[in-house]
Design a protein around this ligand. Structure first.
Ligand SMILES: [Mg+2]
Length: 360
């Protein structure tokens, strides 16, 4: 966090602390530690594989599939994207060979202007917002056809009543899952949604280490889980969490909103996970990935195919990586969810864009 952020928070009334808590919920209680653990764990697996001359999936018991299916994104419903923009993106995505798409059809209900003094960031969905979400998803379903696999991400934003209302309104769309309907601190809120909708549920990008999953799995609160290999504790922890879910018939779909090292680490693990659904990616970022890794992932027909190379199967091109280096105090290093220049489908930044100003 930047010093300027701290000054803002300490001058806000006490409700600002709830804002701070929810703004950084991507880290939850143990996030700082599990993020660090993940980086070390992934590096150690890479080193071991490269020393032994085998892919990491061979060290995890060997491949259980020939390739790893992906899902990707179209725009979320937010400015400046229109339904026509989203439909055009969905058509391009289908033409690129991907057969599963995720989107967030719910416009932000936060009023986060400079005078914001709300008690928290728990959003209430208005009837208008729900109607707009239905319109968004109906247009997407009509574009892709009845068999295409669609997911909705609620980004852990809603109060329970809104989460239930949103889920019920979208039941006819036949979703694979409805993701993080409520704020992630409360299993009770998730259970209340679970008991009041027929839409399959998914959580996990804000759940870290095997201990975070115990209650969720034992109480069967979801149908899918989505640990992030770079946040949950690494390849070792992702493999353990998947094993916990397997006997409960809950499928794993590793989250990803990061870079090619995380994609590679997820891929290596997914090759050895029996209860895999799909690995997440944002395929429009692949053009940037191929500038900084070698060899680039072999992406065909919406799958990553293994190269057979040892460790993570990739090497970073360090002189190219340096072009993307961003100082921690730079506005471009702000979390994606509070940086309007760095949304889920935003572009990557290079040193050539360093003069451009971001938020704040
Ligand atoms: Mg998500």
């Amino acid at each position: 966090m930047k010093i300027t952020d701290i000054k803002t928070y300490v001058t806000m009334p006490i409700e600002g602390l709830a804002w701070l808590f929810h703004e950084y919920n991507i880290l939850k209680g143990m996030g700082y530690v599990s993020h660090l653990m993940s980086a070390i764990d992934i590096a150690l697996w890479d080193i071991k594989g490269k020393v032994l001359g085998v892919p990491i999936y061979d060290l995890l018991g060997g491949p259980v599939r020939g390739s790893v299916p992906l899902y990707t994104h179209v725009q979320d419903q937010s400015q400046p994207f229109s339904i026509d923009d989203m439909v055009a993106a969905a058509k391009r995505t289908m033409a690129d060979g991907f057969d599963a798409i995720k989107t967030d059809p719910f416009k932000s209900q936060r009023e986060m202007g400079p005078d914001f003094r709300g008690a928290s960031m728990v959003e209430r969905l208005t009837p208008k917002a729900i109607a707009e979400a239905v319109e968004w998803m109906d247009a997407l379903r009509e574009t892709v056809g009845p068999e295409y696999e669609l997911m909705v991400d609620a980004h852990g934003r809603f109060d329970v009543a809104s989460a239930i209302a949103g889920a019920r309104a979208l039941e006819h769309v036949d979703l694979i899952w409805y993701e993080e309907p409520t704020h992630v601190e409360s299993d009770e809120a998730l259970q209340q949604v679970r008991e009041n909708t027929n839409v399959p549920l998914c959580i996990g990008e804000r759940h870290f280490t095997r201990w975070d999953y115990v209650q969720v799995l034992e109480n069967r609160l979801v149908d899918y889980i989505m640990p992030d290999v770079a946040w949950c504790g690494g390849i070792s922890e992702l493999r353990r969490i998947a094993a916990m879910a397997e006997p409960r018939y809950i499928r794993v779909s590793p989250h990803d909103a990061l870079g090619p090292v995380a994609i590679a680490a997820s891929f290596q693990t997914c090759m050895a996970i029996p209860n895999l659904y799909r690995e997440e990616c944002i395929h429009t970022w692949f053009n940037d990935f191929e500038k900084i890794i070698t060899p680039m992932f072999d992406v065909r027909d919406g799958h990553i195919h293994p190269s057979g190379k040892p460790g993570l199967g990739i090497e970073l091109i360090h002189e190219e990586v340096a072009r993307y280096r961003v100082d921690v105090d730079d506005t471009r290093a702000m979390p994606a969810w509070s940086n309007p220049r760095k949304g889920a489908n935003g572009r990557w930044y290079t040193v050539e864009t360093a003069g451009e100003s971001g938020k704040g």
